[in-house]
Design a protein. Structure first.
Length: 311
């Protein structure tokens, strides 16, 4: 068993507009880091958290990282192992970019590597889903699966869990803007309608099928035409300041598509090159600044690999 390890895990864009709880992708930045060390006494403890402004619990039973690691150790028959964890948050909490997911995935990837990788990346996904359940009340996989596996993923079903990695155009880039307003994930999920009209469901099915087809065909035009959401976005966009104006700005500046990342408030656009992503983020940030809303911006290609060992 390794004595220590430092791991980075990436942020993610869940839903990808039309694929609520079933589509997601990983990005290069931002992300979180975990430093994990072996200790002599059994059990998992958190010794330090930075970058969270004191918002996250140090109690190992209540933190998604430590709770997931404890669950993992019981599963692999190593409850005797002693672990101490440092969590370094390098992305905003409550951003809609999979903040809890990145932390949890970094911890699980770290402990698995320290023990010699007894489980595959795919086998780690259910443990990360337990962390999501603790964080937001629902154990969905559209953040944790791409964070662990990298790239684009489709969750074909949850019972049984069936996850498929999807191809995508190599030139695809993301422009991400996080408006600094509060949209709690639990509250955003509660706003969603439980019943929908059949005609809306048909429209959504067509868009999801079109997006997946566009990814396989590497057809940017089809991807853009398919990324429309008639079920979730009309409700969640109410919580995001000037959402529709931000979409206009993105499309005017060359975006392929535009939508909400996860439950928001972060928004994202797909582009065909990094320069266009930079142009879009700058234009949206300038607009938000005029509304006296602070923001953070990121541009990234699709992260193909997921978490990585730093040292």
């Amino acid at each position: 068993m390794r004595e220590s390890i430092r791991v980075f895990a990436p942020a993610t864009i869940a839903n990808v507009v039309c694929g609520y709880d079933i589509l997601g992708l990983a990005v290069d930045a931002p992300g979180d880091e975990v430093i994990m060390r072996k200790r002599s006494e059994p059990g998992v403890i958190i010794t330090k958290i930075t970058g969270d402004d004191g918002r996250l619990p140090l109690d190992a039973s209540k933190n998604t990282v430590s709770a997931s690691v404890e669950h993992y150790l019981r599963h692999v028959g190593r409850p005797d192992v002693g672990i101490e964890i440092e969590l370094h948050k390098q992305m905003p909490i409550g951003s809609g970019l999979g903040s809890s997911s990145a932390s949890t995935v970094a911890g699980l990837f770290a402990i698995n590597a320290m023990l010699g990788n007894p489980l595959s990346k795919m086998e780690l996904v259910p443990f990360a889903m337990k962390g999501e359940e603790l964080a937001c009340g629902t154990g969905h996989a559209d953040n944790v699966a791409p964070a662990i596996l990298g790239g684009f993923v489709l969750i074909k079903s949850y019972e049984p869990l069936d996850i498929i990695k999807l191809p995508y155009p190599e030139e695809l880039h993301c422009a991400i803007v996080f408006p600094e307003v509060d949209v709690p994930t639990r509250d955003a999920r509660r706003m969603i309608r439980e019943k929908i009209a059949l005609k809306d469901a048909v429209t959504q099915w067509g868009n999801i099928a079109g997006l997946v087809s566009g990814l396989f065909m590497k057809d940017l035009g089809l991807i853009g035409r398919s990324m429309k959401d008639v079920l979730i976005e009309p409700v969640r966009s109410i919580l995001i300041p000037d959402f529709h104006r931000m979409r206009e700005i993105a499309m005017i500046n060359g975006a392929i598509s535009f939508g909400i990342s996860g439950s928001g408030p972060s928004v994202f656009a797909f582009t065909k090159d990094p320069d266009t992503s930079v142009k879009i983020t700058k234009a949206i940030q300038q607009h938000l600044s005029k509304l006296n809303i602070g923001s953070q911006a990121y541009t990234s290609a699709v992260n193909a690999d997921g978490p990585k060992i730093l040292d």
